[in-house]
Design a protein around this ligand. Structure first.
Ligand code: GDP
Length: 199
């Protein structure tokens, strides 16, 4: 399923640019620099996806990638949040876009919310989780860059993250622990995506 082609479909700066809702979608959200591009690349086994996050102007858009030919599902790269000192109107625009997408997208199956293992869940992550709870979009928390901290510390952060997940109506109670660098947790992630699109 993941070894097929991955093609960049389009970027949507606002709702009228969304592609037609023809296949299931799985969205990826997370603070800027959380390791989203790296994880998406590890997931689909190629580098094509990385391109968008380094393209100026693309960072505040929803990016759609078709997986498979013909497409079996779509990966949606949600713009990063929590960037330092972003102008108020940028943040506002981001909130509108994400809220509208989450609430109106019938083909959106699940969202993965990426959390840096070194930092754990931050207020900006809680903000997104609240948006997901309110939009009734089920989501799973994914710890990234697990190779960056000691095993004992990782365990502590994972426990705290699970405890947080259990407080949220739309969140899965368990977390997926990953490292794109060490290819850790990638099979779990793939399994979760497969289950999500076949439901
Ligand atoms: P994005 O801004 O969320 O798309 O983040 P990137 O995927 O571009 O990653 C941000 C930085 O973290 C880059 O310098 C990556 O090389 C690094 N990074 C990403 N994933 C991992 C990981 O699993 N382990 C380690 N050690 N570094 C990572």
């Amino acid at each position: 399923l993941f070894s097929g082609s991955v093609t960049f479909l389009k970027s949507a700066p606002s709702l009228e640019f969304l592609p037609p809702p023809t296949v299931p979608e799985i969205a990826f959200a997370g603070r800027s620099n959380v390791g989203k591009s790296s994880l998406l690349n590890a997931l689909v086994g190629r580098r094509a996806i990385a391109r968008t996050s380094v393209t100026p102007g693309r960072t505040q858009e929803l990016n759609f990638f078709d997986v498979g030919d013909p497409p079996r599902f779509r990966v949606v790269d949600m713009p990063g949040y929590g960037f330092a000192k972003a102008p108020k109107d940028v943040v506002k625009k981001w909130r509108f876009l994400i809220n509208d997408y989450l609430r109106g997208r019938v083909v959106l199956k699940r969202t993965l919310v990426l959390i840096d293992s070194r930092h754990g869940v931050k207020p900006v992550d809680l903000d997104v989780m609240k948006m997901l709870d309110e939009a009734a979009v089920s989501y799973r928390l994914v710890l990234t860059k697990a190779d960056k901290i000691k095993a004992s510390e990782l365990e502590r952060v994972a426990d705290l993250t699970r405890a947080e997940a259990r407080k949220h109506a739309a969140a899965f109670p368990d977390v997926i622990i990953t490292s794109s660098e060490k290819r850790m947790g990638i099979d779990d992630l793939r399994g979760f995506v497969m289950d999500s699109i076949s439901e």
